[in-house]
Design a protein around this ligand. Structure first.
Ligand code: IMP
Ligand code: MG
Length: 221
């Protein structure tokens, strides 16, 4: 895989304390080398991961460039208008924060939180809104912001529910799309990266609520 860095995380890991910021390994640098580490470092914290193989899929630099490009396209498409960004909690919070700061047209922000019932957030699963928007959508240019499209079930159902509120327009931007996994007839209007069938974490995405604060995006196995 392009720009991939593999880290073998051994179990159990001995304690490791960096003594200065310069000793923090530059994990998001995108090198092709292979090395063993027991910790993933971010600027603020140290995250201890046991018994997992983690590969860097998208470096911080690569993500930031893509976010700027997406924000430029959105700013151009909505020139002279105001947009309402609707972030899908929790995964989209980092992407939304970065995207919003690069959009040059007036921006308002709201969040929605979803949960699945029935057979999970899959094609046959039903979605319910557990935290609704505080903003009426009527007449607004709404852009739903999500981290990743997998089967497409979540965004398809959410889009339908939000369209019923009569916005002026409704678009969807997703940072990543597992293009080969689509089970529903759904296509986001703006997509950052088309990725393979991997479970990914970082940049807002979690595994059991961990790793959301990583600056890059990593594959968990
Ligand atoms: P879909 O309804 O199957 O498209 O699933 C979309 C939602 O599942 C995303 O908004 C994420 O919250 C979650 N999800 C799907 N794939 C991943 C992943 O690789 N890592 C973390 N969350 C994921
Ligand atoms: Mg999500």
């Amino acid at each position: 895989m392009e720009n991939c860095q593999e880290i073998n995380l051994t179990c159990p890991a001995p304690p490791l304390t960096p003594t200065s910021p310069t000793e923090i390994p530059p994990l998001d640098g995108g090198g092709s080398g292979r090395r063993s580490e027991n910790f993933i470092f971010t600027n603020e914290s140290r995250i201890h991961i046991l018994c997992l193989i983690v590969k860097l899929l998208l470096s911080e630099n690569k993500i930031q460039k893509k976010v700027v490009a997406l924000a430029r396209r959105i700013s151009k498409d909505f020139a002279g208008k105001e947009v309402l960004l609707v972030g899908v909690l929790k995964g989209a919070f980092v992407f939304l924060a970065d995207l919003a700061r690069h959009i040059t047209v007036p921006v308002k922000i709201d969040f929605v939180r979803l949960a699945s019932y029935g057979s999970g957030m899959r094609s046959s699963g039903k979605m319910k809104i557990t935290k609704d928007l505080e903003t009426p959508l009527k007449g607004k240019n709404v852009i739903v912001v999500d981290d990743i499209v997998d089967t497409g079930a979540t965004l398809k159902q959410l889009s339908r529910r939000l369209k019923a509120r009569r916005p002026s327009s409704l678009k969807v931007v997703a940072l990543m799309d597992k293009c080969g996994r689509r089970e529903m007839n759904f296509q986001a209007d703006y997509v950052g990266f088309c990725i393979g069938n991997h479970f990914v974490v970082g940049y807002g995405l979690d595994c059991a609520e961990e790793y959301r604060n990583l600056r890059g995006i990593y594959i968990l196995k």
